[in-house]
Write a protein that binds this ligand. Structure first.
Ligand SMILES: Cc1ncc(COP(=O)(O)O)c(C=O)c1O
Length: 177
C-alpha cells in the first residue's frame, strides 16, 4: 500500500519551502513478489485530494482486468491518470513491448514530445509517435501486441492470466482470500 504521509508536505514544497512541487503517486497492480494490488479507489481519492498525479504500475497485474474472476483486483484503476503494463509479461509477446495509457494526451506530449523545427509536427491530431515516447527511431512494437490480441481475442488473452495470478500467495480479495 502506498505511503501517503508525505503528500501534503510535498505539495507545499516539503521542508525545503521551495514552493509547490508536482506529486506523483505510483500505485501497483500486481507486486512482483507478493502479487498484491493496491486499493485503487481509496488511494486515488486521497491522492487526488492532494492534487497528485496517480499512476498505476500494472506491469504484470493490469491484465487481471480482462479476467472476470480477477477483475475485482483492479477495481478503481479507471480513476488513475496513467497506466503502464507490459505485453511481454502476462500477454507473453516478445521483449520489449511496454504499453502506457495516459488520460491527458497533452500532458503526455508535453512530457515526452520531441519538438524541433526540422521535425514534422501534428499539433491537433493523434500525433507522430515521437511526440509520445522518448525515441525517434523505434521498431513497430505494436505489431506483435496487435497480432497477439487479434489472434487470442479477449477470451484467449484472459486465458493467459489466471495461472500467473492464482500462484501468487497475496492475490487480494477478489477470490475470497
Ligand atoms: C511491477 C513491475 N513494474 C515494472 C517492471 C519493469 O519491467 P520492464 O523493464 O520489463 O518494463 C517490472 C518487472 O518485473 C515489474 O514487476
Amino acid at each position: 500500500m502506498a505511503n501517503f504521509a508525505g503528500l501534503a508536505a510535498a505539495k507545499s514544497g516539503g521542508s525545503q519551502g521551495s514552493g509547490p512541487a508536482p506529486v506523483l503517486v505510483c500505485l501497483q497492480a500486481g507486486n512482483l513478489h507478493s502479487g498484491a494490488f493496491d486499493p485503487f479507489t481509496a488511494a486515488t481519492a486521497v491522492s487526488k485530494a492532494h492534487g497528485a498525479w496517480v499512476h498505476v504500475d500494472g506491469a504484470f497485474g493490469l491484465w487481471a482486468a480482462a479476467v472476470p474472476e480477477l477483475a475485482g483486483l483492479t477495481a478503481g484503476v479507471e480513476r488513475a491518470d496513467s497506466w503502464a503494463t507490459d505485453a511481454h509479461k502476462s500477454l507473453n509477446v516478445p521483449y520489449d513491448c511496454g504499453v502506457v495509457a495516459v488520460r491527458d494526451a497533452q500532458a503526455l506530449r508535453s512530457a515526452m514530445g520531441l519538438n524541433a523545427s526540422y521535425l514534422l509536427q501534428d499539433a491537433d491530431g493523434s500525433g507522430d509517435p515521437s511526440q509520445r515516447v522518448p525515441e525517434l527511431s523505434r521498431r513497430a512494437r505494436g505489431v506483435p501486441v496487435w497480432a497477439a490480441l487479434k489472434s487470442l481475442g479477449r477470451d484467449g488473452a484472459a486465458g493467459q492470466i489466471p495461472p500467473c495470478h492464482v500462484r501468487c500467495p497475496a492475490r487480494g480479495t477478489a477470490q475470497g482470500h
